[in-house]
Design a protein around this ligand. Structure first.
Ligand SMILES: Cc1cc2nc3c(=O)[nH]c(=O)nc-3n(C[C@H](O)[C@H](O)[C@H](O)COP(=O)(O)O)c2cc1C
Length: 173
């Protein structure tokens, strides 16, 4: 199984990208997690070009089409999803009715140094994926205080599910 991992952060030392690297490193045998690194090259969405998209967009669509599933890790900016990530999903969602996200299994996680783990951004990304036809899995993973859990780019420590999150069916790392 091939999973395309997309980080919504362009930051070199991104915590969200670090989580995807950790997922790649612990993936079981037979599961290949491939990190997408083309987000910075995706231009702003232009509906005029959706049928004949720029090369970076064609590459993104091709990589999503070839993947068995998506794993998206999103930061949160001002209570919202990062523009670059939402923009890339908008390109991937078209052409309407024939986009590569249709029926694509997808999971969304998110991390922030705050106490909430980018939950608002995650909600927006889940909604955009669902409306694009993806099959978004129910389990959610928010990683609050991620700066205490990712040190020098590496995931450290053990998962500590919170009681509040367990009640809501959510996981907090
Ligand atoms: C413009 C801006 C807005 C931010 N807004 C939020 C926010 O609404 N909620 C939050 O939890 N963190 C917020 N942060 C902090 C980010 O969670 C933090 O920078 C995080 O490390 C970004 O993710 P990354 O490490 O994957 O790049 C904001 C950061 C920036 C630069």
């Amino acid at each position: 199984m091939r999973i395309l991992a997309i980080s919504g952060s362009l930051r070199r030392d991104s915590y969200n990208t670090a989580l995807l690297r950790a997922a790649r490193d612990i993936a079981p045998a037979g599961v290949a997690v491939e990190l997408y690194d083309g987000l910075a090259a995706i231009p702003a969405f232009n509906e005029d070009l959706e049928g004949d998209p720029p090369a970076a967009v064609a590459d993104l669509r091709g990589r999503i089409a070839e993947a068995d599933a998506l794993l998206v890790a999103t930061p949160e900016y001002n209570g919202s999803a990062p523009g670059a990530l939402k923009n890339a999903l908008d390109w991937a969602s078209r052409p309407r009715g024939a986009g590569v996200l249709i029926a694509k299994p997808a999971a969304v996680i998110g991390a922030s140094p705050s106490s909430f783990g980018a939950q608002w951004a995650q909600e927006q990304i889940r909604r955009a994926l669902m409306l694009s036809g993806a099959m978004v899995v129910d389990p959610e993973l928010a990683v609050p205080k991620v700066n205490e859990k990712v040190v020098d780019g590496e995931l450290v420590g053990q998962p500590t599910p919170s009681r509040r999150s367990r009640r809501k069916g959510r996981s907090v790392l």
